[in-house]
Design a protein around this ligand. Structure first.
Ligand SMILES: [Zn+2]
Length: 129
């Protein structure tokens, strides 16, 4: 499930329960809209500047992950081309490629850890019941 891989959680201001944020909830937060809690159906929003900053840092993280993937793919391609033109032996090319993939997974692991967060929501001011 896409939601589980996001790893972003939030705490509801009404029922104090933890919610695993769905893509549409994340979208609502991104455009500064109120959304409903999955448990108590009451309106929530992210209004604490510190929490908003944490949420915004996810964008940078997503971008970092995307550029990392491009970088590794380029490195693998370069290694392959270098083997074709005879600048690297097959073993060297394999070692180089394995190292690039290893670096990629290490970086991804740290990115995932940073992505694991719990946002503290507040009751939405507008449409409050
Ligand atoms: Zn709730």
């Amino acid at each position: 499930m896409a939601v589980a891989t996001q790893g972003i959680q939030g705490r509801c201001a009404h029922c104090q329960r933890t919610l695993l944020l769905t893509p549409w909830q994340l979208n609502a937060i991104a455009i500064n809209e109120a959304f409903t809690c999955s448990h108590c159906q009451k309106n929530l929003q992210l209004s604490d500047p510190k929490q908003i900053r944490r949420f915004r840092s996810l964008d940078a993280l997503a971008m970092l992950k995307a550029s990392l993937l491009v970088m590794i793919c380029t490195a693998l391609l370069v290694a392959l081309v270098m083997e074709w033109v005879g600048m690297l032996s097959v073993v060297e090319q394999l070692n180089y490629s394995l190292l690039a993939i290893f670096v990629y997974f290490i970086a991804l692991h740290f990115a995932r850890q940073r992505q694991h967060m719990t946002l503290i929501f507040e009751a939405a001011r507008a449409h409050a019941d």
